[in-house]
Write a protein that binds this ligand. Structure first.
Ligand code: SF4
Length: 420
């Protein structure tokens, strides 16, 4: 069996392997070859700033590479892959938190690079090769010229050109799942929010939306996409905004007008599902699918991460139950953090949550955050039982709730009209 060796990044930015040191994981375990897959096409390697590379000598001793040799390195896997282990590193004291990325453990074997991850969906639609930046720049110019006053198009042009956002790009490619951001405000305070951070030292990678689009602006971008795009989905609730539900009234009006123009495609909302009564209005207006964000099926873990303002995990469950009763296709955006969500208490709570709300799909989302920012703010790991591993978590879901799909992104599934 090949031994996974440490991979690190030299001060000049070169990726190297250290054949005298075995690769380790964040919780100081040996990174086994059975946990690894070849680094997939579309993955990128990231140098971890101010984090020293760490490995294990043959005699079992933990060894930190000096700064002069280089830095710890992680892989960022593309959508379609779920990370199973976090990388090991030694933090240089008094340095900044890591940028908001989904760091995955990486190693070298037989001269090739491997990552601790699993393929959990078809990555085709999200592969960087499908987002040619030159073509996008032209399409953005053309769309902005055609709709000079539509602020949603201006916003998502920014998301395309500055963040390479796939769902914003699909608005301009006029295909698949496209973004519609509508809300500057939010009633959660997620530790890992990518559009707004409270603490001085934490820099959110995206700017929060600053305006509330009109119903006309929403309808103007949604109808042509639903009418003409392949496997069309329009999705409210994007990384660059707050909680779309705070604009439920406008979304409701927009859905009604959209459906007067076309019955094609799917209207989806990515939401914290905080208000079942507001969501009921959207279900009644014709929403097709809902994706509720969560990190756990346990109220304590949920509250620790989302720090909800004026709602509880019970509201989230009620929103999903009502969606199921209304015939919507329901999914969760499960924020995946290996070593925490795969602990016994969390796996049990997740299973009972999924059964209780009759869920259709679990979307696995690698949580982009510095482990040393997240963990001190969450319930202590030793109170959550033994870590079973992400692979066991996924296998358990397949065995215990086989009727529930597992993947990494939304499906273009039309709602079932109940009681008609
Ligand atoms: S629900 Fe979304 S916008 Fe609101 S705090 Fe969480 S990540 Fe940020």
């Amino acid at each position: 069996m090949a031994i996974p060796y440490l991979v690190y990044c030299t001060p000049d930015g070169e990726i190297r392997e250290e054949p005298h040191l075995q690769a380790l994981t964040f919780d100081n375990h040996i990174l086994e070859s059975t946990a690894l897959i070849p680094l997939p096409d579309g993955a990128t390697l990231a140098m971890m700033p101010d984090r020293l590379a760490v490995g294990q000598k043959r005699n079992g001793e933990r060894h930190v590479l000096p700064q002069t040799r280089g830095w710890a390195t992680a892989a960022l896997v593309p959508i379609g892959y779920t990370r199973t282990r976090l990388p090991a590193y030694e933090k240089v004291p008094d340095t900044e938190p890591l940028p908001f990325f989904g760091y995955s453990a990486v190693a070298a074997m037989n001269g090739r690079l491997y990552v601790a991850a699993l393929k959990t969906d078809d990555p085709r639609k999200w592969h960087p090769r499908n987002f040619n930046q030159q073509v996008l720049a032209r399409l953005v110019r053309e769309k902005q010229a055609a709709y000079p006053n539509n602020r949603i198009i201006t916003q998502h042009a920014h998301c395309v050109l500055d963040y390479s956002c796939p769902t914003a790009s699909n608005l301009f490619f006029a295909r698949w799942e496209m973004a519609i951001a509508v809300s500057p405000g939010c009633n959660s305070r997620c530790i890992g929010c990518i559009s707004k951070q409270e603490e001085e030292s934490l820099i959110s990678p995206q700017d929060r939306l600053t305006f509330i689009p009109t119903v006309d602006e929403i309808v103007e971008v949604a109808v042509p996409h639903l009418e003409h795009a392949e496997e069309a989905i329009v999705s409210f609730g994007q990384g660059c905004e707050g909680e779309p539900l705070l604009q439920w009234h406008r979304i409701k009006q927009a859905i009604k007008i959209i459906r007067m123009h076309t019955d094609k495609g799917v209207i989806n909302i990515n939401t914290n599902a905080s208000n079942p009564r507001w969501l009921q209005q959207l279900y009644d207006a014709g929403l097709d699918t809902i994706r509720a964000s969560t990190i756990s099926g346990h109220p304590e873990t949920y509250a620790a991460y989302y720090r909800p303002l004026g709602y509880t995990f019970e509201d989230v469950k009620e929103s999903l139950r009502r969606a199921h009763d209304a015939g919507l296709y329901t999914s969760i955006n499960l924020l995946c953090f290996p070593g925490m969500i795969d602990r016994e208490r969390e796996v049990e709570a997740l299973l009972s949550f999924i059964r209780e709300v009759d869920l259709n799909l679990v979307q696995l989302r690698n949580l982009n955050i510095d482990p040393e920012v997240l963990l001190p703010r969450m319930p202590a790991l030793d109170t959550l039982g033994k870590a079973l591993g992400m692979r066991v978590l996924i296998e358990t879901l397949k065995q215990e709730v086989p009727q529930v799909g597992i993947g990494n992104f939304s499906r273009p599934v039309k709602r079932v009209h109940v009681g008609m």
